[in-house]
Design a protein around this ligand. Structure first.
Ligand code: ARG
Length: 455
């Protein structure tokens, strides 16, 4: 492609470090779409003849067919996807192929291809996040009233419902989906026509290529266009955050699956056995989902480090943008699909969760609140008195609702047996009617709101 200036072939090692076709072949369809739009624009502004354009379009379509059939000859000696396509086009149509690169550089070409790829990845991920939200909602609905312990510090805190817990993740994944949608808005400007770095002397129509490729507008600075990858960084940042949410849910599935918790069951479809311990049923898919954060956050970190010291405009360092991004999105998409599968598959053990919901003095806050409401105690004093009640129950080896009225009256003689109505976990959860609270009615309201949003 640059034979004029060179008289010798590159060293094998030069080629080894330089070649990218092994991974940037994943940009093939984006590269072809960009070339088609570019050729049409060149003909429209009179930079190439319509006969040449017709041949170019035909050749590009033939290449598309070869790729679909798995028959396209990807060749290392042509370095990357852009030159592989151009070389093949030359073989197929001859001389007109050489006109396609008018007013274009691989710098704006790769900026375009990669942006198109990331845009599609964002769109797919957003849909997969929504599918996961739907799976969570479908599981939350029948269990909007299923009691379970709510934890802080992984210590029993207050009773909540399983539906409420699952809906917490629906909120997180909703923000994640919105982050991808927001990133898409900013990335949806077309770099094509920025050429090598300075723009083009040809009378190109950048608006035309931008709209042909589904962009809102062309980018406004040619240097920025070929040297910025923050669109990918932003998508990877969103991916990293989504991956942490997935990892937290995965961690909970692992915990809930232990016989010690026994809150949920996963079927054979989403568990594996052990080669030595016949009794085992392991939540490997959850564990792997938890671990995928490494690759995803790793991809974000990689690209950040690649970009952080680069002078404007293009440097070959930027070829290293692709592998981390591909790997991060491959991992995220697989984790999202696997998690949606696990959520649909899991069955909660309502009895076991309800029993655990009442353990560990989980209604102590309800006792304190009752003292505030009924005896008009300041909350701090009620907190102190309740602490004493918990201490007494612990001494006697009973739970709070099992303390006798005499024991309670010893702490404050004004306590009546009305107090018992707030000490069971179902009453505790049902009483939390504040907006966004765990009362089953409130949970059902949020389920209805999300169904509406996602419909
Ligand atoms: N394969 C290159 C990349 O991915 C394409 C751009 C090459 N540009 C250049 N001036 N060598 O970044």
């Amino acid at each position: 492609m640059w034979g004029g200036r060179f008289s010798a072939k590159p060293a094998d090692l030069m080629q080894a470090i330089n070649v990218s076709i092994g991974f940037d072949r994943r940009l093939a369809s984006q590269d072809l779409a960009g070339s088609k739009a570019h050729a049409a624009m060149l003909a429209a502004v009179g930079a190439i003849s319509s006969e040449d354009e017709a041949q170019i379009q035909q050749g590009l379509s033939a290449i598309e067919g070869e790729m679909a059939a798995g028959a396209f000859p990807f060749r290392d000696e042509y370095e990357d996807i852009h030159m592989n396509v151009e070389a093949r086009l030359a073989e197929l149509i001859g001389e007109p192929s050489g006109r396609l690169h008018t007013a274009r550089s691989r710098n704006d070409q790769v900026a375009l291809d990669f942006r198109l790829w990331v845009r599609e990845a964002c769109d797919r991920t957003e849909q997969q996040l929504k599918a996961l939200q739907r799976a969570l909602i479908a599981k939350a609905e029948p269990h909007a009233d299923a009691l379970m312990p709510g934890f802080t510090h992984l210590q029993p805190a207050q009773p909540v419902t399983f539906g409420h817990h699952l809906m917490a993740y629906v909120e997180m994944f909703g923000r994640d989906a919105a982050r991808f949608a927001d990133a898409r808005v900013r990335m949806n400007e077309c770099p094509l026509g920025s050429a090598a770095l300075a723009g083009s002397p040809f009378p190109i129509d950048r608006q035309m290529t931008a709209s042909a490729l589904g962009f809102d507008r062309p980018t406004a600075n040619s240097l920025d266009s070929v040297s910025s990858r923050d669109f990918a960084l932003e998508a990877l940042a969103a991916a990293s955050i989504a991956a942490t949410h997935l990892s937290r849910l995965a961690e909970e599935i692992v915990i809930w699956m232990t016989p010690q918790f026994g809150f949920i069951k996963l079927s054979d479809a989403f568990t594996t056995g052990s080669s030595i311990m016949p009794q085992k049923k392991n939540p490997d898919a959850a564990e792997l989902t938890r671990a995928k954060v490494g690759r995803i956050l790793g991809g974000f970190t990689s690209l950040m480090v690649v970009m952080k010291g680069l002078p404007l405009a293009y440097s070959k360092d930027m070829q290293e943008d692709k592998v981390p991004t591909f790997e991060a999105f491959d991992s995220l998409e697989l984790a999202l699909l696997a998690m949606a599968g696990m959520v649909a598959d899991l069955e909660p053990n309502r009895e076991k969760m309800a029993a655990a919901a009442g353990a560990g003095f989980s209604t102590a806050t309800d006792l304190a609140d009752w003292l505030v409401r009924e005896l008009n105690l300041p909350f701090r004093q009620a907190h102190h008195l309740t602490g004493a009640a918990v201490k007494r129950a612990e001494q006697l080896g009973v739970d709070l609702p099992d303390l006798s009225l005499d024991e309670l009256k010893a702490l404050d003689p004004r306590i009546t047996d009305g107090v018992y109505s707030v000490l069971n976990p179902a009453a505790s959860a049902a009483s939390r009617q504040s907006y966004g609270g765990t009362a089953p009615d409130q949970v059902r309201n949020q389920i209805a709101r999300w169904k509406e949003i996602l419909s």
